[in-house]
Each structure stands twice: as structure tokens, then as C-alpha cells.
Design a protein around this ligand. Structure first.
Ligand code: GLU
Length: 321
């Protein structure tokens, strides 16, 4: 059924809604090459669609954070010439909105307290998303300390990913009711990301494929909270020659701040954009100019992994020469 309000919007403004994209790093360490790829792709998508690109630091999990990481990330993004719209936002700043969303779900009977411990769930079946919550506390639980879970259903939740195609999950059997507020009082990523994307009016989410299977849980929360659904594009993950994801846990180093041109050109190469080798001799603005004119995300369609050879990685991390 056509959405009446958006039709009216189109008639009044005569143009489609503005594109608002974002990059949302967690300050768990400095920016490494894998996260640079997500930053570059989301930035170029926003820029080539005359959109805005917002920067949001996802600082809601202090135990996982590394002191100084936010500054390192912001510094690196600046050095690489990224230009974001407005001020950097911090997810910790929307704690009240997160709490209000949890309260709304509780009040509507769509969420409930759960005091199951890991041990209690030791025999619960395991699925691709982790342990499948068997619904133990659905009928109520009595405890001083508890997490909050959102109710799920088995209605298939489907969406069309702009790169990875159609995705479907049945949450009740594939994840079970999932946590939106942790027992330690911290908000869960799934809820925080949905609330903040909504508050910031994000229309398009471009991020790594490691979050593809979180998306149906986020769509479910958007549906329950009555939020608009953004478009999704999940980028292939860069893997090293041993087939490991380029991430901090597999020793991916911080991207170098010495010669960002070289690293940026390798990032464009890895993203399938075929930059000419002499581009490394240009300035950062020259490289962005070239990239904005040539950007084609289509080359990544249907690709889940991009192998990055050790030479490219060494160039990206400025370890050659
Ligand atoms: N903060 C998340 C991360 O660094 C990304 C969240 C998202 O893009 O939805 O992995």
C-alpha cells in the first residue's frame, strides 16, 4: 500500500527525501583498514547522492572501550579528509531516549525482565546467531537484577539488502527473544542503534557484512517502535591471506597517518574502484574528487569477502618503503 504521507511529501517538495547516511564506529581501538573501508564506502555513497554523512561514536559499552580510541578515530578520519555533517554525536548522549524506548516496550507488554543466567541457558539450542532464548521468563520472573528482553514472533522478517540481496529471518526460532537492556544496566547495541538512527533521521545504512544478521532484529525493533525503515547496504568483509577478517582481534594495525594518500588509494582498490596508480601522488582532496566522480558500488554486488593480499595490506598500513 502506498504510504500517503510520503506521497504528499513528494508532491510538495517535488524531489525524493534527502539521503542521510552515517559512520558509527565503536571506540574499542584505533581505526584499522577494515573499518576504513566501511567509512570510505558509506562516505562516497552519501556524497554521490548529494546526501549528508553523519559521524556517531558508539560509546555505550565502557568495558569494551579503549581509553583514547575516540580521539584516535576522529583524528584519523580528519587526516583522511572525511567531512561530516554537523558535530560528532555520541551515543552515550542519547541514554534517556534509549531508556524511554525500553520503557515503551515494557509498558506495551512487548518486553519483559529476564534473570536467566548463562548457566540457566547452557542447554538452550545454539543457532547461527548464538544461543536461542527458549522463552523461560516470558511468563514472568522474580529478581532484583535482570536484563530486559523483547518478545519476538515467527513471522518472517525480510529485507532487500542493496548488495547482498534478499534476507529473511524468523526471529523466534532463530534468535529467540533478545536482550535490549543488559543485566549490568547497559543498553544493548541492537536497541541503541535503532533509536539513534531514528533520532538522526538516517535513511541509508552502509556498514560491514558482519552486521547483516543483526539487521532483522533491528527491523523488528523499528516495527515495534513505529520507526521508519532505512535502506541497508552491507559491504563485503576484507580478509587476509589466511582467510581471517581484518580486525583488531586478528592483528590488523591502526591505519597509518603518515601517508594517508597511499592507504586511501588501496582502500579504493580493495573496494573495486580501480584507481590509477599515479593517484597516490595527488593530494587527499584530489583522491576524493577522483573517487566521487568514479564511485560505483555495483561492483561489490553479491560479494561477501574481499581478499586483501599482504602487499596491498602493507601498502595500506604504510609498511613498505
Ligand atoms: N558500532 C558498530 C561497530 O563499530 C557499527 C554499528 C552500525 O554500523 O550499525 O561495529
Amino acid at each position: 500500500m502506498p504510504n500517503v504521507s510520503s506521497e504528499i511529501g513528494t508532491i510538495v517538495t517535488g524531489k525524493p527525501a534527502t539521503y542521510i547516511g552515517r559512520f558509527a564506529p565503536s571506540p574499542t581501538g584505533p581505526l584499522h583498514f577494515g573499518s576504513l573501508l566501511a567509512a570510505v564506502a558509506s562516505y562516497l555513497e552519501a556524497r554521490t547522492r548529494d546526501g549528508q554523512w553523519l559521524l556517531r561514536v558508539e560509546d555505550i559499552d565502557p568495558p569494551r572501550e579503549q581509553p583514547g580510541a575516540t580521539d584516535l578515530i576522529l583524528n584519523a578520519l580528519e587526516r583522511y579528509g572525511f567531512e561530516w555533517g554537523g558535530e560528532v554525536s555520541y551515543q552515550s548522549g542519547s541514554r534517556d531516549a534509549h531508556a524511554a524506548a525500553v520503557t515503551r516496550l515494557l509498558d506495551a507488554g512487548l518486553a519483559y525482565p529476564c534473570n536467566c543466567s548463562r548457566r540457566d541457558l547452557a542447554n538452550a539450542p545454539h543457532g547461527p546467531l548464538g544461543r536461542i532464548y527458549p522463552g523461560t521468563c516470558r511468563a514472568g520472573c522474580d529478581a532484583d537484577e535482570f536484563a530486559i528482553r523483547v518478545r519476538t514472533e515467527n513471522e518472517p522478517i525480510a529485507f532487500e539488502d542493496q548488495l547482498q540481496g534478499r534476507q529473511v529471518q524468523q526471529l523466534e526460532v532463530e534468535s529467540g527473544d533478545f536482550i535490549i537492556l543488559r543485566r549490568d544496566g547497559l543498553i544493548a547495541y541492537q536497541l541503541a542503534v535503532v533509536v539513534d538512527d531514528h533520532l538522526q533521521g538516517i535513511t541509508d545504512i552502509v556498514r560491514g557484512i558482519d552486521l547483516l544478521d543483526s539487521t532483522p532484529r533491528q527491523l523488528w525493533l523499528q516495527q515495534l517502535l513505529g520507526y521508519a525503515r532505512p535502506n541497508y547496504m552491507h559491504l563485503p568483509v576484507a580478509i587476509n591471506e589466511r582467510g581471517q577478517k581484518l580486525s583488531k582481534s586478528h592483528g590488523a594495525g591502526a591505519i597509518s597517518l603518515e601517508r594517508p594518500q597511499e592507504t586511501l588509494v588501496v582502500a579504493l582498490e580493495v573496494l573495486g574502484q580501480q584507481p590509477p596508480s599515479e593517484l597516490v601522488d595527488g593530494t587527499i582532496p584530489d583522491i576524493w574528487l577522483w573517487a566521487k566522480e568514479r564511485w560505483r558500488i555495483d561492483v561489490l554486488r553479491g560479494i561477501a569477502e574481499i581478499p586483501v593480499g599482504h602487499i596491498a595490506l602493507a601498502r595500506a598500513e604504510n609498511r613498505l618503503s
